[in-house]
Design a protein around this ligand. Sequence first.
Ligand code: WTA
Length: 635
Amino acid sequence: MSNYHIKHLEEYFQVYRKSTNKPESFWDEIATEHFLWRKKWDKVLSWDFTKPEVKWFEGAKLNITENCIDRHLATRGDKTAILFEPNDPKEGAQHITYKDLYHRVNKLCNVLKSKGIGKGDRVCIYLPMIPELAISILACARIGAIHSVVFAGFSATALATRINDSECKMVITSDGSYRGAKTIDLKSIVDEALEDCSCVKSVLVTKRIQTEIKMKEGRDEWLEVLLEEASDQFVATVMDAEDPLFILYTSGSTGMPKGMVHTTAGYMVYSAYTFKNVFQYKEHDIYWCTADIGWITGHSYIVYGPLANGATTVMFEGVPSYPDYGRFWEIVEKHKITQFYTAPTAIRALAKEGVEHVEKHDLSSLKILGTVGEPINEEAWHWYDDNIGKKKSPIVDTWWQTETGGIMITPIPFSTPTKPTYATLPFIGIQPVLMDENGKEIEGNQADGRLCIKFPWPSIARTIWGNHKRYKDTYFSAFENMYFTGDGALRDEVGYYRITGRVDDVIIVSGHNLGTAPIEDAVNEHPAVSESAIVGFPHDVKGNALYGYVTLKETGEGRNHDNLRKEINQIITEQIGPIAKLNKIQFTEGLPKTRSGKIMRRILRKIASKDTSNLGDTSTLLNPECVQGIMDKAL
Ligand code: WTA
């Protein structure tokens, strides 16, 4: 029996037991049989969650791109690796074969090298969903540089923070991007960011929207010009198993975004193995994940996982509503998509537009549907099942995180019976536990607690760039000897998991993680604002939306509130990006505080959610009298 491809439920249980009883020999076998190594490892795993330190396949040598590209050339050279579907359907799709990809990545490697980029250097990639984004990622990996992709919806300030934190030497960007009927001037955002980034020596600019842009002499160059001259041969740099592959920033509940560091071998093995099983990938399938590569889902399940399996992976540049709300289904029909992986927020948004957009298209190619990024509510689950999967395509509700690198809790389609709103069972090798507030493990089924993982898996993030202490404090201090996810979960009578949401101050809006503290910092920069508190409240499309309570200084009193709201959201857009804008802003006289001066968000959350029947004990507040006033004026 091959443990690489699980085909039925008994096999899942059998392989799962093997993976937890003997993790080292289990992963040794998977890694040996399905990947290409320059040298094998000396030790499969060493770990200590108290430090914390985790190493997989120590001593091994490899290059991940030899696994994602080179090894497929002989058997799949002419197969489409990346199927690019542009924003405007009239432009026509591009099929990039494994052979094309090989040559294009090699050329870019030579360009990077000519610009002085080498092993260990950080390269920031700020690009829309165009083939150059995947090619840049792979070129960095091939040369041994550490890529740091920043989602192209982030503002100049947010981009600068991320560039500086990991001291990137180079930025790869484009003149602009298309987003439905709009174009966005990416290059000027980069220019603004770089005013504060002395570490960046060169900027490579690819042409996408053909607009006039400013090029800074001595720093900026057109990528196409450099590529024309470059050789299409490049020998991959030999990397150690534990060499960093990439940094990806994710929001924390406080402070700076956290630069999660993923390393090479473990990440490769786990992203590939999960991809194969969660999507039951077969040779002629056309797999489409609608995420942006700026997030972890795109890294693991548009680029690395699919390519490591020699798959055809679709990259879509546009938005679900352009030219109309049938765009996703038109693409499914056109390319005969077999696996479709998206976010609950997209499903809810499309469900609202009505089934007529779906019914125009033939979706019979679909075999498996997936969701990721936030809990899926029952209504959205059924809409997806009824109208898209026509009740014959299993839905894999996959729970995981930027920090976990790959899918952690998920059904295996056609094996695990699904249950709406449940991510169901742990993936092979994953040992979840539920902990109570006193730090004790809750044993047995039918439990409700904080979700932790008690044993390392190959793609766990190894640290936070430049701040190992924060890594330890955030993930390994709440519970002894455990990785703490920050999520709450239920376990039902058969052991299925249902993720109930964040238990910290991270709010997931339309599938994007947002920390409240950085948004509050932005709001507080408005000269009329004295203080603010931001909480989430349920929203029928976004899952959660943001509610801001803002107390004004004397100077702000008497000012037009609608204007103030606009100005506050403008600052947020500049500092973080439009995704962090507040849906509702209530001006308050004061905010409820504990005696030690901490804002009582629990109360504010309840008011924002219109759930004020039981506010809990407010007598310990420093200023209980302000609560009634806030309730009276709630939006
Ligand atoms: C949430 C995305 C419920 C969760 C891959 C997690 C989910 C955070 C699910 C990580 C799911 C992700 N059901 N909640 N299937 N998937 N989440 O880092 O709160 O962008 O901690 O990674 O999203 O978000 P991130």
